[in-house]
Write a protein that binds this ligand. Structure first.
Ligand code: ADP
Ligand code: ZN
Length: 729
């Protein structure tokens, strides 16, 4: 608990979640309130959520200051959390109230707990036992006196809920009312321990010692796919649990959580708390509250789980730390990986960044001695890394609108004969990226964005991948009105699946792409059925690159390895390298060695050669050299300023004006580039231009940006977004 307490009538400064970027004075309510308390306060005619942020300033007529309405029945915000939000707001140049909104995204925080029915082992043994009844009672006996919801009991026992209800009638299972916001069952750090290999044990020891130190530190845990990184960082989690501190594991993709939760349960005997957009409102509120009370020992979640009100956070693991989805590109622009390091440094917590293909940022921090490094060099068990080779597409005899080369098709046929799985990887959703009129050459574009409409045969519509707008596939060209002349150009995964089915008529072809499933659950079930072997050829987008285990998969064919190398983005090489290595890592597990082949028109390209050669250190060193020479991250600092408006002239005018009046930036030696059309020049009817600012590593970039941007008034439709450390430059 905090020392600072305010008695009734004393002035407190309250930060609300409303877009007013000021701490407002209120009088402490009857019974007083402590610093950090979550409160409800009047604001105009409304009641809003806030946090007692400081003592009041008292620069207002005391008689007119209104009182806090009530203190919510949740744990007050810890001092470190206040500091974290403040520092994160300063770093990202975001209003503090917007940061507080990120930290309070749980519905009904202040409500009294509602009740629900829970079930535990009863005292009566039924006369007549069935197999199903035995399963239920065994499960409840295994969990001692713990209570679960009806669904949890039925799921754990693998029976219908009517079986459980029948046992309640007989008194064999006890039914009770319990508050919804139940603490999570205790995790047992010694349960389900595995014997580690020497390599793994060495890594686990380093991480355990780090956690035991009780101080801040970051370790890069690098190891090829299947080397046991997860097993090793779970040992760090175990140590954190032993220390009685809380742990957080961040995952880049919701579709991965259920597989991961199952592993946690096998390791610690119980399920952890879960936090992401797929979790129900009730469960979210429970998670938020229990984290705040220190009753959730381990949280598994998406990047926003970093903003939960931990009481005593001892460890944060960022799995697949290089993944671009850790960057939030909407609303508050932040990179969860970087914010993790900030949060941990304020909490005396350890960070583990796990990846088979770390980001250049993390690699550079290891080089600079800021991060420790643990490397796992070989795959667990008998599994070996896949053989990697290129297929030179210039030498392949392939008709137009066909993408699987004869060489690749031959390799797939071998797998089909052996009953093994193949993956054809293409990082493009939909049927065809472009639809063109063969009469006039017109390409169908989105009405509101600067993007072509992508044909989705599965949905029977055209879709814009920027704004999500869809429209029916037209039969006549919207430009010249010619009939039946519209044709797909280029491949998407749906079209690849068609080609695969034509090439391998007896094979079971499955498409794995995020847009083809109504729900996360449907997607998960589909992935599980593929993993069990219900497909011979998988056609997939980058969704498959992210850590699913497909035990029967022995061949990965990358359809277009050159795809990511086009364009001018300085990060293109890094991204392609990571994605290709990641995808290749899907092939081959313990039972069967794997092979990965890259179809490319430029096998001599340095990035393709680096991917094939696997000499990562050399690749990183070369990349680092180029970034150093260009003075860009991680060896320099960058920020993007995106201006948008429905009026294209207006945005360019402001952009030009900003570029000319850059004195605050020049004072710190920073340069401005642009205005230029943003990477996506128009979204939802708004034109976007971008200015890029480049500064030296130690330069006070945020202060200069704030001073610079503050000189310009945003009139009418104009909007400005500041993106510190942009993903593309
Ligand atoms: P990574 O996270 O590096 O891809 P995992 O931790 O998922 O690797 O390990 C790959 C597979 O090998 C998993 O199925 C895992 O359970 C198994 N495995 C790894 N290390 C061990 C071990 N020491 N004992 C038993 N199984 C292990
Ligand atoms: Zn659009």
């Amino acid at each position: 608990m905090r020392g600072d307490f305010f008695h009734e009538g004393e002035l407190v400064g309250v930060l609300t979640t409303q877009p007013i970027d000021r701490v407002l004075d209120y009088k402490a309510p009857e019974g007083g309130c402590s610093l950090g308390a979550f409160v409800e306060v009047p604001l105009g005619p409304r009641k809003v959520l806030g946090v007692v942020w400081s003592a009041g300033k008292g620069d207002w007529d005391y008689a007119k200051v209104r009182s806090v309405i009530r203190v919510l029945d949740v744990a007050p915000m810890a001092d470190e959390m206040q500091q974290f939000l403040t520092r994160a707001a300063d770093y990202t140049l975001t209003p503090l109230s917007a940061m507080l909104r990120l930290a309070t995204r749980a519905p009904g925080l202040g409500d009294a707990p509602s009740m629900r029915k829970v079930y535990r082992l009863g005292s009566v043994t039924p006369d007549r036992m069935t197999e199903a009844r035995t399963k239920v009672l065994d499960v409840l006996r295994d969990y001692g006196g713990l209570s679960f919801t009806l669904k949890e009991v039925a799921d754990m026992a693998g029976v219908t809920s009517s079986v459980v209800k029948g046992l309640v009638k007989l008194g064999a299972v006890a039914e009770e009312d319990s508050p919804r916001d139940l603490p999570y069952p205790r995790l047992d750090p010694e349960y389900g321990r595995k014997d580690l290999t020497d390599d793994q044990e060495g890594g686990a020891r380093v991480l355990r010692d780090a956690v035991r130190s009780g101080t801040y530190g970051t370790t890069l845990l690098k190891g090829v796919t299947g080397s046991g990184k997860t097993e090793v960082y779970l040992e760090a989690v175990a140590e954190c649990l032993r220390q009685g501190r809380q742990a957080l594991v961040l995952l880049p993709e919701i579709a991965l959580t259920s597989e991961f939760i199952t592993r946690v349960e096998a390791r610690f005997g119980m399920k952890p708390a879960e936090w992401h957009s797929g979790v129900t409102m009730t469960e979210r509120r429970r998670c938020w509250k229990m984290v705040g009370q220190g009753e959730a020992q381990l949280v598994v979640g998406a990047r926003s789980a970093l903003f939960l009100p931990y009481r005593d956070l001892g460890l944060i693991v960022v799995d697949e730390e290089h993944d671009t989805s850790y960057k939030q590109e909407d609303g508050v622009l932040y990179n969860a990986r970087d914010m993790t390091v900030l949060r941990a440094s304020l909490n005396g917590a350890q960070v583990v960044l796990a990846s088979a293909t770390p980001s250049l940022e993390s690699w550079a921090n290891v080089e600079a001695g800021k991060y420790a490094r643990v490397t796992l060099t070989s795959r667990y068990g008998a599994a070996v890394l896949p053989d990697m080779s290129a297929i030179d597409m210039r030498a392949e005899d392939l008709p137009g609108s066909r993408w699987v080369s004869p060489t690749l098709a031959g390799k797939v046929r071998q797998r089909l004969e052996r009953g093994e799985q193949s993956l054809l990887f293409l990082n493009r959703r939909g049927y065809a990226p472009v639809t063109i009129c063969r009469a006039c050459g017109h390409q169908i574009g989105c009405d509101d964005c600067d993007a072509t409409m992508v044909e989705h045969r599965f949905l029977k519509r055209l879709m814009c991948h920027q704004c999500g707008e869809t429209k029916p596939m037209p039969t006549v060209c919207p430009s010249c009105e010619a009939e039946d002349r519209l044709a797909p150009v280029g491949p998407g995964v749906e079209r690849m699946a068609e080609e695969a089915q034509a090439l391998f008529p007896d094979a079971r072809v499955a498409v794995l792409s995020s847009d083809l499933y109504g729900s996360a659950r449907a997607l998960k079930e589909h992935i599980e059925s593929i993993a069990r072997g219900d497909a011979d050829v998988i056609v997939g987008t980058q969704l498959v690159a992210k850590g699913h285990n497909f035990p029967k998969l022995t061949l990965v064919g990358v359809i277009d390895a050159d795809l990511g190398l086009q364009g001018s983005d300085l990060r293109a090489a890094e991204r392609t390298f990571q994605l290709m290595r990641q995808v290749a890592g899907r092939a081959g597990r313990a039972e069967a060695p794997g092979e990965a082949v890259l179809q490319t028109f430029q096998p001599e390209h340095p990035v393709i050669r680096a991917i094939l050669g696997g000499d990562e250190e050399a690749f990183w060193a070369a990349e680092a050299g180029e970034r150093k020479a260009a003075g860009v991250p991680p060896y320099g600092r960058m920020a993007g300023i995106v201006l948008s408006s429905t009026d294209v002239q207006e945005v360019f005018d402001l952009g030009t004006q900003m570029a000319r009046n850059d004195a605050p930036l020049r004072r710190i030696g920073a340069q401005v580039f642009g205005p230029a059309p943003a990477p996506i020049a128009r979204i939802r009817g708004r034109h976007r231009v971008r200015l890029l600012v480049k500064a030296e590593k130690g330069a006070p970039l945020q202060a200069a940006l704030a001073a610079w941007a503050g000189q310009f008034k945003l009139r009418g439709e104009l909007r400005m977004a500041i993106d510190i450390d942009p993903q593309s430059f």
